[in-house]
Design a protein around this ligand. Sequence first.
Ligand SMILES: [Zn+2]
Length: 123
Amino acid sequence: MVTIPREMGDDLFYRYKRIMITPTIINKNGGTTQISTADISILAKQLGRSDIVIAHYIGKSAAAGMMIIGDKICYRKVMNAAEIDDIVESYIKKSVLCSQCGNPETVEYRESLVCKACGGVTR
Ligand SMILES: [Zn+2]
């Protein structure tokens, strides 16, 4: 488990944690990266966001085409776990953390993030 955000890493009592996605790299046809839809669902639940939005965000950030095949999300690019985690972290900074107090317990409301901890609104 990784803290949300990662910088809180050495605080054992920190409440907000998430999984780190473990991809499978297929070195065929130029190379693809597969992620299980179950992993994305768990991560989405931990972040309080939509799994499909996160899946698309990873593809867009990596400039990689995405396809869902069965229970796998496949990207047309080779990405290791650290690269995917950096993208997940950038999503958290952009779309999950409150800009005022840094708390990850926010809800999306229209085009803004509303913080459940301080009530701050991030646009
Ligand atoms: Zn806040």
